[in-house]
Design a protein around this ligand. Structure first.
Ligand SMILES: O=C(O)CCC(=O)C(=O)O
Ligand SMILES: [Fe+2]
Length: 299
């Protein structure tokens, strides 16, 4: 339990203030500020490479799926490595679908798994897409986790504990994550879902941010434990959000913009979804950037 003294600036008061500030447009200004910073960076960052079709598709849809990402030899090496590590992991026993996600590369303490570094951290395709889409030089170590997600018969129909199976966006700015499927993944074993086009910065998005920021702040007023509210249906309609399951064979990489609306798929039978999750969130988060220490130079 935290021993912090609760003053007048405690969460309910702050939430009330936040509700008011959002009614006056706080979130709209924040989102516009993020976009403006991106546009300024873009003026000064010359692309490291020609923009490939990957980058163009990524700009249009907010995600790309790259099949046959690794050579057959590297894919086999990676699978051996993954399943070797999986054997030793302690498994949770919560009700509902379960996740084990230990880090393999962690910028916080500088842990770097050599095979993951070789196959993903120094991968030109990933770095090209991320650099061109964020206008940041990608020279920091991403956070990379194993993502062993599974459901037993008794878990079917139960909610996922972190509620990431609800349509949401992670941050209101251009930011990136990637899933590498180790095995075939379709809508029956919780394929990741993304609503194409919902990552775009435009007037509809700003209006959505405005309305949603008030709903979220109000929900937290006096209820600090309420972290995320589902986005209201009328706002989903406004953005024309139609999530599609990104079904793909093993050895596929999916890169997505976390500003777009997405969710974790659900299991329709007992099964597993084996993946790696790559997270480039620190690129735009000064606090994280500080926590991660000086940039590691890969190039
Ligand atoms: O596990 C998933 O399919 C999605 C999780 C998620 O929402 C995210 O990584 O941002
Ligand atoms: Fe998410």
């Amino acid at each position: 339990m935290s021993k912090k003294k609760k003053g007048p600036w405690s969460t309910p008061v702050r939430s009330k203030f936040k509700t008011r500030a959002n009614q006056l447009g706080l979130q709209v200004f924040r989102v516009m500020g993020f976009e403006l910073k991106y546009r300024l960076r873009r003026l000064f960052l010359s692309p490291r490479s020609e923009k490939s079709n990957y980058t163009k598709d990524f700009e249009r849809d907010g995600y790309i799926v790259i099949p046959d990402f690794l050579s057959p030899e590297d894919y086999a090496r990676l699978k051996d490595h993954y399943y070797e590590r999986l054997k030793d992991l302690e498994k949770p026993t919560n009700e509902g679908p379960k996740l084990v996600a230990p880090p393999l590369c962690d910028p916080k303490d500088g842990t770097v798994d050599p095979l993951i570094e070789e196959l993903f951290v120094k991968n030109n395709t990933i770095n090209e897409v991320v650099e061109n889409a964020s206008a940041h030089r990608q020279h920091l170590l991403p956070l990379i986790r194993m993502h062993h997600y599974w459901a037993e018969e008794s878990d079917l129909g139960l909610r996922e504990t972190a509620r990431t199976d609800e349509l949401h966006y992670d941050v209101p700015l251009r930011n990136f994550r990637a899933f590498f499927y180790l095995e075939d993944c379709d809508k029956s074993n919780a394929a990741f879902e993304f609503a194409p086009g919902t990552h775009k910065f435009n007037m509809k998005r700003l209006y959505m941010e405005y309305r949603d920021s008030i709903v979220q702040a109000r929900a937290r007023q006096g209820k600090p434990h309420v972290k995320v509210q589902p986005i209201q249906d009328n706002l989903l309609k406004l953005l024309d959000a139609k999530p599609i399951p990104l079904e793909a064979p093993g050895n596929s990489l999916i890169i997505f913009n976390t500003m777009g609306l997405h969710r974790r798929g659900r299991f329709s039978h007992a099964g597993t979804r084996e993946a790696l999750l790559l997270d480039f969130r620190f690129l735009d988060a000064p606090a994280n950037y500080k926590a991660y220490g000086p940039p590691l130079k890969w190039f």
